[in-house]
Design a protein around this ligand. Structure first.
Ligand code: ATP
Ligand code: MG
Length: 418
């Protein structure tokens, strides 16, 4: 049996970088006032169709959607924002305190063509803020991402930012864009043509080379922002500059989801080939209302955890597991029983102890102790039990001492807790 295409195991040998990222991210989120939320992996399809948008890559072709036994249409979550917004509304969180900051870490599912940095089950580290319209929160999220990447030792990452405007300035932009697209129609791919009526903004996001060329001089949302959106974006830029965060304004950045308004950004790297986006984020001031809640601004980002780890693997070796502290060599039934109880008590006291329950020779067990890189070995055979003198060998210095059985566990705890 094999994993499904695009799905993979993350084996214990590779897990330490994942854990390091989780620890650092959680620490940072807490310092910035974010609370962890856990949302289901499965939701009603309508939630994603309505929030992400019908004419988007995700909803049109990437979702894992199926009918359950009763015929309800369900989808494996392709991203977290929609579910977290659903939760915010379902539990009426806005009533008690509209300002909420959440984070979550977990798997997402998209049926894309698998390649390096692109999987069908992948992981995201996600942050969402509800109830804050101020541009300072946009900056704080970008700063937070920057700080996390700095703590993880990453360099060469760049923030691309853009503003997508709001419902009051988008129509005039849309009109200009449509006029422009009409003039380039013969050079666009089928997908783009189809989207002219459904979702013209998405055309700017097309990855097809010829489309990109044709759209090089497309109008920019930035030229048509209303006064409020313009002020908002200026505050973002000014503040990021003040905070020393490197960014470039990228008018081609529109992001692949419908719900974005105003600030959108992506953190890109040059070290992963075509899969250049390590994180993406943006403001979605209309989403909560669209999903049936009260008008509430929102903003968030998602880090591609798999890609982040791949960038880290290029620069640091995975931290090694701490060495085994004690290996118990038990020879014979009586010693095995004693050894079993000692190992449990030591494990319970937090000391990394192993015992081998297979009946093996002294030589074979010492070999295993070496392989496991044990700092100490405890040797208990019939002789040692009869004389109540269990041998403890320091594997570095080769020095040996003997311990009486009654005080063996507390003595060892003393040694290892030093
Ligand atoms: P891309 O343009 O690479 O497809 P996206 O715009 O679809 O990315 P988002 O929806 O913004 O991605 O998700 C945020 C982040 O999640 C991305 O920046 C990326 O790092 C990661 N990501 C998205 N899809 C995948 C995938 N299939 N496999 C691994 N990581 C992914
Ligand atoms: Mg994508």
């Amino acid at each position: 049996m094999q994993t499904i295409r695009g799905f993979r195991d993350i084996l214990p040998e590779r897990i330490s970088l994942w854990q390091k990222v989780e620890t650092e991210a959680t620490k940072l989120f807490k310092a910035f006032g974010f609370k962890e939320i856990r949302i289901p992996v499965l939701e009603k399809t309508g939630l994603f169709a309505r929030s992400i948008g019908e004419a988007t890559d995700i909803v049109e072709k990437e979702m894992y959607t199926f009918a359950d036994r009763k015929g309800d249409k369900l989808t494996l979550r392709p991203e977290a924002t929609a579910s977290i917004a659903r939760s915010y509304i379902q539990h009426k969180m806005y009533a008690k305190d509209p300002v909420r900051k959440f984070f979550m870490i977990g798997p997402m599912f998209r049926r894309e063509r698998p390649q390096k940095g692109r999987y069908r089950q992948f992981y995201q580290i996600d942050a969402e803020v509800f109830g804050v319209e101020s541009a300072y929160i946009d900056c704080q999220l970008i700063l937070l991402l920057n700080e996390l990447f700095k703590r993880l030792g990453l360099k060469g990452l760049f923030a691309h930012i853009n503003s997508l405007g709001c419902p009051s300035c988008r129509p005039s932009f849309q009109k200009e864009l449509l006029d422009f697209i009409e003039s380039k129609k013969d050079r666009l791919c089928e997908n783009c043509i189809r989207r002219i009526d459904k979702n013209p903004l998405r055309i700017l996001d097309c990855k097809v080379k010829d489309c990109r060329k044709a759209l090089k001089d497309a109008p920019s949302t930035l030229d048509l922002l209303c006064k409020d959106c313009d002020d908002h974006f200026n505050t973002v830029k000014k503040t990021l500059e003040k905070q020393g965060i490197d960014f470039i304004v990228d008018k081609s950045l529109v992001r692949g989801l419908d719900y974005y308004t105003r600030t959108a950004w992506e953190i890109q790297t040059t070290s992963l080939g075509a899969q250049s986006a390590v994180a993406g984020g943006g403001r979605y001031d209309g989403l909560v209302k669209e999903l049936g809640g009260p008008q509430t601004p929102g903003i968030g980002f998602a880090i591609g955890f798999d890609r982040l780890v791949e960038v880290m693997e290029q620069i640091n070796k995975a931290p090694e597991d701490p060495p085994l502290e004690l290996f118990i060599v038990s020879l014979g039934d009586a010693a095995m029983e004693k050894g079993y109880h000692w190992s449990c008590e030591l494990n319970q006291a937090g000391i990394r102890t192993e015992i081998d329950f297979r009946r093996k020779s002294m030589k074979a067990l010492m070999k295993r102790a070496n392989k496991l890189n044990a700092r100490y070995v405890l040797i208990a055979g019939d002789n040692e039990l009869n004389e109540n003198a269990i041998l403890l060998r320091n594997m570095d210095t080769k020095k040996q001492s003997s311990l009486a059985m009654e005080t063996l566990v507390p003595e060892l705890i003393k040694i290892f807790k030093k």
